[in-house]
Design a protein around this ligand. Structure first.
Ligand SMILES: Nc1ncnc2c1ncn2[C@@H]1O[C@H](COP(=O)(O)OP(=O)(O)OP(=O)(O)O)[C@@H](O)[C@H]1O
Length: 360
């Protein structure tokens, strides 16, 4: 996939802006506070339906305005073209459109705009709690295995219902029905994740040999319940605990991806720069794996990533980014510096100034 055009209206500090990006590397330069991250954020919103920055959706709407719109023309690898639009107003009302028709599900937009984001905060993927790593895996499974989404939606509803019963201590009468459904969906989610991780890891390990050759990496996917037993049995085992806490303490919503380097937790062993390189590898390879499995190329959004990377690491990362042959948006204060780092002529340069953007 790649964006042929991107239009913003009343988004952050942009009253309106239109760009026609190139199919590969796009560099977005500008001073602090000019709007580089906002441009990247607008693309991310098409792929995730929300921002990656803290705050509410209201902050995405330009001050004193009533709604923002992000619109893009997208081309699939086989040449099929689509138009996607996302609008949100101050009361929270959302309007999604695909090819002029109203669309209710963000997931439909997400399929057409598969984005991978790399920012300095992406290091949370290895430093943060299990939720970020679950989201990482689920992004991959969602784009590779289309039946995952309905299982995931089904499980999320069941989890909510089960938790509200547990909270009201009404679980005793109805537990059998909920536990059966919960286990059925929960086991399927774990199977999807396991299948994905088993196939994804060899590709990742290969990349890590070149990115971080001094370490031997191991990855373990924990299901979210006791090893060696089925989820339905784990639910019985933990029922008293669930009633005491008022929520479901076991299930795929508690899954974790453990990442070890030379047998140690990566966050205890690797430096910040090395952790960044590990995260870069995880995200790059997730895109590569998506292409390998489905032929779909993702769009990489890179906000100020090379900070804290030494020249050798920068070279490895930039080389892999360019070699992916995917559409890439890179933001930087000085566009020429990034252009030199990326070492490719096939680049479009955009300059952002006070919420306006011009192709250079
Ligand atoms: N809702 C809004 N309405 C108007 N302006 C906003 C809104 N939200 C943020 N801004 C402003 O938009 C500007 C652009 O922010 P952005 O983070 O995109 O800049 P940047 O170019 O990435 O800066 P830096 O290089 O410092 O990271 C900031 O000055 C910010 O105060």
């Amino acid at each position: 996939m790649f964006l042929e055009s991107l239009s913003l209206s009343q988004f952050r500090n942009f009253p309106s802006a239109v760009i026609t990006p190139g199919k590969t590397v796009n560099i977005i330069s500008g001073a602090n506070g000019s709007g580089k991250t906002s441009l990247i954020e607008a693309i991310y919103c098409l792929g995730f339906g929300r921002s990656f920055r803290p705050g509410t959706y209201r902050q995405l709407i330009r001050n004193d305005e009533s709604q923002f719109t992000v619109f893009a023309r997208v081309t699939e690898q086989d040449g099929r073209k689509h138009q996607v639009g996302y609008q949100r107003n101050t009361t929270g009302e959302v309007q999604l459109r695909i090819d002029h028709a109203k669309e209710k599900r963000f997931s439909a937009l997400a399929r057409l705009v598969p984005v991978q984001l790399m920012t300095p905060e992406s290091i949370e993927l290895v430093l943060g709690g299990p939720k970020v790593r679950r989201q990482f895996i689920d992004w991959g499974v969602f784009h590779v295995e289309h039946s995952f989404y309905s299982d995931w939606v089904g499980f999320s509803k069941l989890l909510k219902q089960r938790n509200s019963l547990l909270k009201m201590k009404r679980f005793h009468q109805e537990h059998q029905y909920w536990d059966e459904k919960f286990s059925e969906f929960g086991e399927r989610i774990h199977q999807h994740r396991t299948k994905y991780i088993e196939a994804f890891l060899p590709v990742l390990k290969q990349r890590l040999v070149s990115f971080l050759p001094d370490y031997e990496f191991d990855f373990y996917l924990r299901s979210g319940w006791d090893k060696e037993i089925r989820l339905c049995d784990a639910l019985v085992k933990h029922r008293e605990q669930d009633l005491r806490y008022g929520h479901s303490t076991v299930g795929p919503h508690k899954a974790e991806l453990k990442i070890l380097a030379n047998g140690e937790e990566v966050k205890n062993l690797l430096s910040r720069g090395q952790l960044k390189l590990l995260v870069a590898a995880l995200k790059l390879v997730q895109g590569e794996y998506l292409q390998q499995q489905t032929g779909v190329q993702c769009i990489y959004l890179v906000d100020d990533i090379t900070a804290e990377l030494d020249s050798v690491s920068q070279e490895k990362f930039c080389g892999a980014l360019v070699a992916s042959n995917s559409q890439v948006f890179v933001s930087a204060i000085n566009g020429d510096d990034v252009h030199a780092q990326l070492k490719t002529k096939d680049t479009k340069m955009f300059h952002v100034e006070h919420g306006t953007v011009k192709e250079q």
